[in-house]
Design a protein around this ligand. Structure first.
Ligand code: FAD
Length: 332
């Protein structure tokens, strides 16, 4: 079988408790672009138990086709049955490209599948493009501690596989009532081949903020000078109806919790407005926020790289400017 016989852009449609994870919709959005360049269609692979009804949701977000493997063995995620199912789908349908969210599940599943089907895997991609000439996928990811962006190709094997972090790609606006071709794929699971058994699932109760959902982020960096100064960012965020985020420097200094860190080793965000306060704009920070719709930077150094990605910049002392802004917004 030649490489040209592999067709279609497939997305692993991750679901937990019969709810599809947001990253799967984002990947379908990106898969549509890739499929247009490759002259093919987008297929979502839905694995689980009693999940068939979710196919319509995937169609609304752009899937042309949904392949469903519905089996009790897939009720709760464990590595082996999901690997068997994904492997079976790939063997049967021969996709050209397979994308996974770089979630805990995707990061566990994708390497196992790539080993079974003897292909490569590019993890944590930030960019995916089709080479116009060769039609190979160019998969870009940070390398060498984030100091360079490496573009990786998989020219000799199929499928070309990548994981992509949540928040990096953009989902399309859903089309209500859209329908996809739904096909069931039958897979045989070895009953005695249970390496892992889930005995109980204990849900984490968390009151933590999810910065990925915030439309407005006021983000602080080392330029704030101390953890106490995050209070002024909270006031500005409250006045704007937003949330507070931070650079890694502030997390490392113990000023704020890691769950609000933006960047390569933090979260990827794409808010409508990102206000960077006392953040220099290191490449590892930009990797997590440069796709924001509008970026405003406040920095006392007019040569700070953050100004290269900012739509508006204020040169000055952040500890003086932020309270003035907050007061102004409150009185408007
Ligand atoms: P600095 O780079 O120290 O910048 C502080 C800025 O504040 C300066 O530009 C300065 O001019 C300005 N300033 C100082 N005082 C004032 C003032 N009073 N008013 C206004 N401006 C002022 N970083 C992340 O953020 N997220 C990541 O996920 C991440 N992952 C990384 C992964 C790896 C493998 C590595 C090697 C690094 C990573 N980093 C990450 C760290 C990154 O390289 C930078 O060190 C970090 O982003 C710097 O944070 P900062 O901009 O807050 O601090």
């Amino acid at each position: 079988m030649s490489l040209q016989d592999y067709k279609g852009v497939f997305v692993f449609a991750q679901q937990v408790d019969n709810k599809i994870s947001g990253v799967s919709f984002e990947l379908i959005g990106k898969a549509k672009d890739l499929a247009a360049d490759l002259g093919t269609e987008v297929t979502a692979v839905l694995l689980g138990y009693n999940v068939k009804d979710l196919a319509d949701k995937l169609a609304e977000f752009g899937a042309d086709k949904v392949i469903v493997v519905d089996d009790k063995a897939l009720e709760v995620y464990t590595t082996e049955p999901y690997t068997v199912a994904m492997n079976a789908v790939i063997e049967q349908y021969k996709p050209d490209v397979v994308l996974y969210g770089a979630t805990a599940i995707g990061r566990d599943l994708a390497p196992r599948v790539s080993a079974r089907v003897h292909t490569g895997l590019t993890a944590d991609c930030t960019k995916l493009e089709v080479d116009a000439e060769t039609k190979n996928l160019h998969m870009t990811r940070p390398a060498f501690g984030g100091n360079i962006m490496a573009t990786i190709k998989c020219p000799d094997h199929r499928p070309q596989m990548a994981t992509v972090r949540p928040g990096v790609m953009q989902k399309i606006s859903p089309v209500a009532g859209a329908k996809a071709v739904v096909e069931e794929c039958s897979v045989t699971f070895e009953k005695n081949n249970k390496y892992v058994e889930v005995i109980d699932v204990i849900k984490k109760v968390s009151d933590k903020i999810n910065i990925q959902d915030a439309k407005i982020l006021v983000s602080g960096g080392r330029g704030l000078g101390c953890g106490e100064n995050f209070k002024m960012l909270r006031d500005l965020a409250d006045a704007l109806g937003g949330e507070v985020a931070s650079s890694r420097a502030c997390v490392d200094a113990g000023w704020v919790e890691k769950d609000i860190q933006v960047g390569q080793t933090g979260q990827t965000v794409r808010p409508n407005l990102y206000i960077a306060c006392g953040i220099s704009g290191a490449i590892q920070h930009l990797a997590g926020m440069e796709e924001s719709d509008l970026i405003i930077a406040i920095n006392k150094d007019e040569t700070a790289p953050i100004f290269d990605v900012a739509d508006f910049g204020i040169v000055g002392d952040v500890t003086k400017i932020v309270p003035i802004l907050t007061e102004k917004i409150k009185t408007e």
